[in-house]
Design a protein around this ligand. Structure first.
Ligand code: TYD
Length: 135
């Protein structure tokens, strides 16, 4: 359910003069091994992304810069998360519909994924998603 999707606080190394660094390591910080990294950027104001679910894929979504909202939906319950800190990641389990929006200008949405890209893992139709959940 959406209650299994939580904000993971990432390692943050702070230097008064030189800024911050955050680190994610396989099987330590997050409950999966990273096979793919991608990022969304140059998203025009008012645009929405996502609008799909995955059958198998686990993800960690990070606002590497700027801010945006992620709405998670398990078919029963919706939860909205505002991501606006580079030291936090939203862990998204398989079988969750996600909508992304409210992107600030300059926002970078960094995604760590447990699998390589596979279009067959996507559910892109909302009714298909509901059928999949109630199968
Ligand atoms: P999609 O996942 O639908 O984007 P979003 O959820 O951010 O709105 O992907 C958009 C396009 O990019 C789609 O045509 C497939 C392609 N794509 C890849 O080729 N490889 C990838 O790893 C990803 C995430 C997308």
């Amino acid at each position: 359910t959406v209650y299994d999707c939580t904000i993971i606080e990432l390692d943050k190394h702070h230097s008064e003069r030189k800024g911050n660094i955050s680190v994610i390591e396989n099987d330590k910080t997050i409950p999966f091994e990273v096979k793919r990294v991608y990022y969304l950027y140059d998203i025009p104001g008012g645009e929405e992304r996502g609008a799909h679910a995955h059958k198998k894929l686990q993800q960690l979504i990070i606002a590497a810069s700027g801010s945006f909202d992620v709405i998670l939906n398990d078919g029963n319950v919706k939860r909205r998360f505002t991501l606006n800190h580079p030291y936090q990641g939203l862990y998204v389990k398989p079988g969750i519909w996600r909508d992304l929006g409210e992107f600030s200008s300059g926002a970078v949405c960094l995604v760590l994924a447990s699998e390589v890209y596979d279009e067959a893992d996507y559910i892109r139709d909302y009714n298909d998603f509901l059928n999949y959940k109630n199968r």
